[in-house]
Design a protein around this ligand. Structure first.
Ligand code: PLP
Length: 339
């Protein structure tokens, strides 16, 4: 099977398993796992934040960020396709008692223009807007990325309005690669940022929250409260570190393959795609004349897995375990099924 459903479906390579087996470990609840401590320091330094906290999932890192940046009854502005709004099981209202206010942006992105006039809280009956939650690259927005200028404009809007910024960087690695942005740029525009090692980087588990030392100390306490205090997780941190060292540089190949498939899609009479929207490893495209589920089945018969992303919409995602030979097979199947 060629599995293009998500970049989360990768399995640890033999080399990654070896570094996991050899990792030095200790009890991380006591702060004694040397491999986790080293990874937290390394990633915080890489992105220019004071500190980092390893979490079992991107969802937990995002929710800890929301919790650190808000009080009960506050409002968080988010693009309507955002992961925190759509795919985290109402955690923000449940765990932090805040209102997520979805705004319609473009390709999953907000803009300083769009945010104008959205801030409220002057009147006691209004929610108090406190945070802007951004996603980069966007997942449901098709893997699109913010430019540095767009982020800088949102950041100065946030400063003027005394709002915090959380950046969901589950795929910040892809965004950095596509836009050639230095990692330290992100700490200049965001108060908190989550990153995931288990998406395109290919680690089996693990994410990290990055922020000030004060926020990370608070998040560490909250992570324990939410049941996320873990013990000998140096095994996982070693896999994450291996992924950074060996897989980060492969992302540009995923982006090239995604673009090549997007061009094939644009040549298929029963498919349509906005080629400009394909900036990283994700392609979202429409099927004309048949339901998405039927297209998924036809591709599955050819040994290709994709996910339905709407009644007539599909998503395909590239990762380092899809090579050029797989890509040629996928392109051939697309031409024969959808023309
Ligand atoms: C943009 C984005 N943020 C957060 C997450 C959550 O990550 P996890 O599945 O590790 O909770 C995902 C998962 O796919 C994602 O795509």
């Amino acid at each position: 099977m060629i599995d293009l459903r998500s970049d989360t479906v990768t399995t640890p390579t033999a080399e990654m398993r070896k570094v996991m087996a050899d990792a030095k470990v200790g009890d991380d609840v006591f702060g004694e796992d040397p491999t986790v401590n080293a990874l937290e320091k390394k990633i915080a330094k890489m992105f220019g934040f004071e500190a980092g906290l390893f979490t079992p999932s991107g969802t937990m890192a995002n929710q800890l960020a929301v919790n650190m940046l808000t009080d009960q009854g506050d409002e968080v502005l988010i693009e309507e396709t955002g992961h925190i709004f759509n795919y985290e099981s109402t955690a923000a209202s449940h765990l932090s008692s805040v209102l997520l206010r979805p705004l319609k942006g473009q390709k999953g992105k907000l803009s300083a223009d769009l945010l104008k006039d959205t801030v409220r809280g002057q009147k006691e009956w209004e929610p108090q807007t406190r945070v802007i939650a951004l996603e980069n690259s966007t997942n449901k927005g098709g893997g699109c990325c913010y430019t540095e200028q767009e982020l800088a404009a949102i950041s100065s809007f946030a400063t003027q309005n005394e709002l915090g910024i959380h950046l969901d960087g589950a795929r910040i690695w892809n965004a950095m690669t596509a836009t050639n942005t230095a990692p330290s740029f992100y700490s200049r525009i965001a108060d908190t940022m989550s990153v995931c090692f288990s998406k395109g980087l290919g680690a089996p588990v693990g994410s990290m929250l990055l922020s000030s030392q004060e926020n990370i100390t608070g998040a560490r306490r909250m992570r324990k409260m939410w049941g996320g205090g873990m013990r000998q997780i140096g095994l996982l941190a070693a896999a994450a570190d291996y992924a950074i060292e060996h897989h980060l540089s492969k992302l540009k190949e995923d982006h090239r393959r995604a673009r090549e498939l997007a061009e094939t899609v644009s040549q298929c009479s029963q498919l349509s795609i906005d080629l400009e929207s394909v900036e990283t490893n994700i392609l979202i495209f429409d099927v004309n004349g048949m339901p998405a589920e039927q297209a998924v089945e036809l591709l599955a018969e050819e040994g290709i897995k994709v996910v339905p992303f709407g009644p007539q919409t599909l998503r395909a995602t590239f990762h380092f375990q899809i090579d050029d030979e797989d890509l040629q097979r996928v392109k051939g199947a697309f031409y024969s099924i959808f023309n």
